[in-house]
Design a protein around this ligand. Structure first.
Ligand code: NAD
Length: 513
């Protein structure tokens, strides 16, 4: 590791310069940004006040009134250009994600690839915002559904997917004819400024090529929770898509409901996998190790609970413990590293508390200790923890946003299904089996109650084509593929009478002569 020797601030400045971001956006401000890679302060971003945030929202509403009149396929052209700009700047943005969040290089680049993929999806979608034509019971009438833009879409994002979550929302919201206001995590303003600068390049090209787009079509609010609250409370914001912890969702959800605004909530996950007697254990080992340790356990879909059939427990778990002991933990910017740092000290403290609770509940902890402390005293690297638990209790029932995998034995398949569903979070789940009955039962109505239920692949990660999200404490929202676009539009049912009579309800007669 070369942590102490790495000075990241100059590299950040060089990346920002290449993206055309002026230094006053990220120096001399009041929001200190620290890289989890080495604990170095890499920027002081300028923050917006709550009052100015309201002005931004008002401008966004004006932008919406103009943008909704632009034909949808033309709106798609803007997103096509955005996808091109992202391709051109993928290396810089991916690197910045790694510096600001501590993701390993391939994951930083992978996050930008997700942005590109959702742009491709949204471009096609801009020609497919289909409504139904519905058979009507009335003669000489036609009935149809039309989908219209909604208004200002507020996007609140979490630190661990600092740019992809915005793109999932913005690409769909913009082809749907909305204007967007984005409040990123206060831990990741730099990647937000950079991603937005790339969007601005696309917007400039769109206008230069003759497109009609208001300057305030997509705006960025750098600030803390108070700025997010402005977005949630402003009656001009028709939809808030908020990604983050269940604690945040519990505050944001009721506020939006109180003013009848629409919400897409993407909250925490406490994801499980079941390993059955017929599972391919080599495949399972790789699937479990990646899903549990990848991104240092800081994915909403990270595998956190593992139920292993007692007939294969002794074949699988010792190999897993070995894999946990040998994984390369270190500087995420160096090739060969598989596990980077935790985001900050708070995250480290919560992980240690969860491990202490697990021990108090009878768990046996393997790993979980801090590493590279001498090399990087202000960064928080940990060995991922595997905890053998006697039962699903204590910290196993909550999401701790760190690399802890709780492993439990089961002997009856129905019990394992019940344990999978027994926590309040319902985001993602998996089964490893070659038994067709178990696999099909897992994805059936009596199976996993999660928004994602996979067979022979871990629960982490998602592909743009499928709608992403989950039930229960995950908030019920859906983002990205499938028909998630409907969440960003309003539906009207239109009845058109092309005859000369006006059929009223049976038996009703109005004499208006
Ligand atoms: P967080 O809840 O601390 O913050 C998320 C965002 O919400 C931030 O931008 C924050 O400023 C804002 N916020 C917080 N309180 C607010 C309030 N009262 N009003 C308005 N905005 C408010 O989450 P985090 O630590 O950044 O991210 C980790 C969490 O996010 C984990 O629980 C993880 O599972 C979840 N997550 C979920 C998904 C998903 O798709 N389901 C994806 C990524 C992360």
């Amino acid at each position: 590791m070369t942590l102490t020797k790495t000075a990241l601030a100059p590299e950040v400045a060089a990346i920002m310069g290449r993206l055309g971001v002026s230094a006053d956006r990220y120096t001399g401000g009041t929001l200190a940004v620290t890289s989890p890679v080495n604990g170095e302060k890499i920027a002081d971003a300028a923050q917006i006040s709550s009052g100015d945030a309201s002005d931004v929202i008002a401008k966004s509403h004006q932008a919406f009134l103009a943008w909704r009149l632009v034909p949808a396929p033309k709106r798609g052209e803007l997103i096509r250009l955005f996808g091109e700009e992202l391709r051109a700047h993928k290396a810089d943005l991916g690197r910045l994600v790694s510096i600001e969040v501590g993701k390993i290089t391939s994951e930083g680049l992978g996050e930008v690839q997700e942005m590109i993929d959702i742009c491709d999806f949204a471009v096609g979608l801009s020609r497919q915002l289909y409504g139904l034509t519905i058979a009507t019971e009335r003669a000489d009438h036609r009935m149809m559904e039309t989908w219209h833009p909604l208004g200002v879409v507020g996007i609140i994002s979490a630190f661990n997917f600092p740019v992809a979550v915005w793109a999932w929302n913005a690409a769909l919201a913009l082809v749907a004819g909305n204007a967007c206001v984005w409040k990123p995590s206060e831990k990741t303003p730099l990647t937000a400024i950079a991603a937005h600068a790339i969007f601005d390049k696309a917007l400039k090209r769109f206008v230069a090529e003759g497109g009609q787009a208001p300057a305030a079509l997509s705006q960025l609010l750098i600030g803390g929770r108070d700025v997010g609250e402005v977005l949630v409370d402003d009656p001009k914001v028709a939809l808030v898509s908020a990604t983050g912890s269940t604690a945040m969702g519990r505050i944001v959800g009721p506020k939006l409901a109180a003013r009848f605004a629409r919400a897409i909530l993407e909250l925490g996950g406490n994801n499980a996998a079941i390993v059955c007697p017929t599972a391919d254990l080599d495949l399972t080992l790789r699937g479990v190790a990646f899903a549990a340790m990848g991104t240092a356990g800081q994915r909403c879909t990270t595998l956190r609970r593992l139920f292993v059939h007692d007939s294969v427990y002794d074949q699988l778990v010792p190999r897993l413990i070995k894999a946990y002991g040998s994984v390369t933990i270190g500087n995420p910017l160096e090739t060969g590293t598989l596990v980077g740092p935790l985001i900050d000290k708070g995250s480290f403290d919560r992980m240690q508390k969860a491990l202490a609770d697990a021990k108090a509940n009878g768990g046996t902890v393997h790993g979980g200790d801090r590493v590279h402390e001498a090399d990087a005293p202000n960064a928080y690297y940990v060995r991922p923890a595997l905890v053998e638990m006697p039962a699903q209790c204590g910290p196993v029932e909550h999401e701790t946003f760190a690399p802890i995998l709780y492993v439990m034995k089961y002997s009856n398949f129905d019990d394992a299904l019940e344990l999978n569903n027994a926590v309040p979070q319902g985001l993602s789940s998996s089964i490893f089996t070659n038994n067709m009955r178990e696999a099909e039962a897992f994805v059936s109505a009596r199976g996993s109650d999660c928004g994602i239920a996979n067979v022979n692949i871990g629960p982490s990660g998602a592909e743009i084509g499928g709608a992403f999200g989950g039930e229960k404490e995950t908030g019920g929202g859906r983002e990205s593929g499938s028909d998630a676009w409907k969440g960003y539009m309003r539906r009207a049912t239109n009845t058109i009478n092309y005859g000369a009579s006006l059929p009223l309800a049976q038996g009703v007669k109005f004499d208006v002569e």
